[in-house]
Write a protein that binds this ligand. Structure first.
Ligand code: URA
Length: 433
């Protein structure tokens, strides 16, 4: 099959056949189709979308590009959650151990930083020794030993998403409904979870800011899961402000640990409890989402979620309690306050700029081989809607010897507005599925 014909089909708004999809996904995964051909095809999909059946075949081909796991002998249900991505979104890090502590196994294949958003894997890898590059057997062993595992796409697990994810990031092709849906669902359906909760973000820090578009993405992903009989719930949640107070790898780990200790910012705790409550309910461990939420909250307060996290760290090569090395050490960074230029209420005009400010400081990645500075961060001292006075520090920029500081400042000015009290949507706008 000539890859140029496949590209031409999408270029002209047509639908790809099963044979064309299989030829492309297997050829690209194997390396016989070049990145420039793949980029052209992704652009065609970005511009012209995909028909539901076509998207189903595309997702299945991605899922089947590596090992598809099923866990029959775990002795407990396996459930997972995935987010469409946001700024400061570290919810998976406290969520997986909390759910594991409540008796549900969590096989989690996560992603790296994408566009302006940070990746769970990059955050976890800021912990010295923490290894997420596990093959299928190591992934399975970790899950059965400690009840939850964080893995990456590898040459063994959804390799097609590993390559396409990096390519989309490098070519500005992230915010596409079929590309997001297939990327998320190929990972989730390959990892053996028996039920799924999807955290679909809306607002200026989301890839699809419009809540209606977010809901449509959620419905598409539910349809894909239905094909494989995986019960799925969608929560449509706010990304019109950063989640929590910290944006930056090491500090997001520390904020996640605070959540696991029963503390941390209220929005992070609420989201973890809501997502976890749904997961326990879908897995049949709790009679209702409300009962599930209470169990998750209890696991955060009684130390069992933290113990589960420490076990995951030890299983994946890290030392429990050691969450940063010299580069991540907050003491080794330079700090500068970012002050309010006038009094009023804090509102986020464009959350995306906060994520890009972090990237300017060195905490983001434009290509796969770029290294991330785990220590740089933006630490908020107030949240959307708070009343602030002129000259008050809104956040602290943690930078390394001024690198990227000026452009980060410019971006933060773009990110916020200080004015009348904004009317904020609820953290959880809708649930369905
Ligand atoms: N998360 C993913 O795994 N893939 C996307 O495309 C977006 C968010």
């Amino acid at each position: 099959m000539d890859v140029r014909d496949i590209i031409a089909t999408k270029r002209d708004g047509g639908s790809l056949s099963v044979a064309e999809i299989d030829a492309f996904i297997s050829g690209y995964t194997a390396g016989s189709i070049e990145d420039y051909h793949a980029s052209a095809l992704l652009m065609g999909i970005f511009l012209n979308g995909m028909q539901p059946e076509e998207l189903g075949h595309w997702t299945a081909a991605m899922m089947n590009s590596g090992r598809v796991m099923r866990f029959e002998n775990l002795g407990r249900p396996a459930a997972d959650k995935h987010s469409t991505g946001g700024v400061g979104d570290k919810a998976s890090i406290p969520l997986a151990p909390a759910v594991a502590a409540c008796g549900v196994a969590v096989p989690m294949i996560s992603g790296r930083g994408l566009g302006h958003t940070g990746g769970t894997l990059d955050k976890l890898e800021s912990i010295p020794g923490f290894c997420t590059e596990l093959d299928g057997a190591q992934f399975e062993r970790a899950l059965s030993r400690v009840g939850a595992v964080f893995g990456a796409q590898t040459s063994d697990l959804v390799p097609a998403d590993r390559k396409l994810y990096a390519l989309r990031n490098a070519t500005g092709l992230v915010p596409s409904m079929p590309l997001i849906a297939s990327s998320i669902m190929s990972k989730k359906l390959a990892e053996g979870a028996e039920s799924l909760v999807l955290d679909v973000k809306f607002g200026s820090g989301a890839f699809l800011p419009d809540p209606e578009k977010g809901a449509e993405l959620g419905r598409q992903m539910i349809l894909l899961a239905k094909g494989l009989k995986v019960p799925t719930r969608v929560l449509l949640t706010a990304m019109d402000r950063p989640l929590g107070l910290m944006v930056g790898h090491t500090r997001e780990i520390l904020e996640s640990v605070a959540c696991l200790e029963g503390a941390g910012p209220p929005d992070l705790r609420s989201l973890v409890c809501a997502l976890g409550g749904e997961m326990l309910h879908l897995a049949g461990i709790a009679d209702s989402t409300c009962a599930g939420e209470s169990r998750i909250a209890a696991s955060l307060d009684d130390g069992s979620a933290l113990t589960a996290f420490e076990n995951i760290c030890a299983q994946q090569g890290a030392t429990p309690g050691v969450y940063f090395d010299e580069r991540g050490d907050p003491k080794n960074l330079d700090h500068e306050p970012f002050l309010a230029e006038q009094g009023g209420h804090l509102c986020f005009r464009d959350v995306c700029e906060v994520g890009l400010a972090l990237a300017d400081l060195g905490g983001g990645r434009l290509s796969e081989d770029q290294t991330i500075d785990p220590g740089v961060a933006i630490e908020w001292h107030c949240v959307a809607g708070d009343s602030v006075s002129r000259g008050e520090p809104l956040c602290t920029i943690h930078h390394r010897q001024g690198a990227g500081l000026e452009s980060a400042r410019v971006r933060l000015r773009q990110a916020i507005n200080i004015g009348p009290n904004p009317s904020l949507p609820p953290l959880i706008l809708d649930r369905f599925g």
